[in-house]
Design a protein. Sequence first.
Length: 173
Amino acid sequence: MSSASRLFFAFWPDDQLAGRLGRIAGWCVHDAGGRKVPTRNLHLTLLFLGGVTATQQEALEETASRLAIPPLTLTLGQVEFWPRAKILCLTSDDDPPDPGLLELVDALRRSAKSQGLRVEDRPYRPHVTLARKVNRLAEPPRVEPVTWSLEGLCLVESVPERGRYRYRVLREW
Ligand code: 3AM
């Protein structure tokens, strides 16, 4: 086992919601091309941590276990193409996003920084990545908005496997 695992915090959809998101991803890829994210991999990233040592992981888990997570609901209804990342994603209709969600992301960012990790500083934009390696999107498809009651904060390991990534949920709170 390597000394630093590549980790991130996320919410993972239940099977029913994942199925819905997967169908949306399928329609979008049909229009835009690219590589659909497998349904089992669809998620809402809160914070990408990068390489994390066992000591850092322990501290992050300690913080996560003490967070009081309020009831959070997210409505996702806009398909967007992000050209720099070459991804298609489903973004939130809530502008600005739920303050509770932003506070949760802030708390995780603070904890990661206190562990010496260099994490994202830009304003958090909740999104579910539907497809990668997308070159263009002529017209964003209209989708029926998806309402997600965010439950179960997950710490996830991104495991490289045959040129792709497999996600492994390590802990859930
Ligand atoms: O939520 P999405 O799928 O957009 O793109 C990666 C994915 O985000 C992102 O972390 C999530 C889980 O892999 N990610 C991967 N490498 C990253 C990096 N170096 C990264 N985010 C920021 N910096």
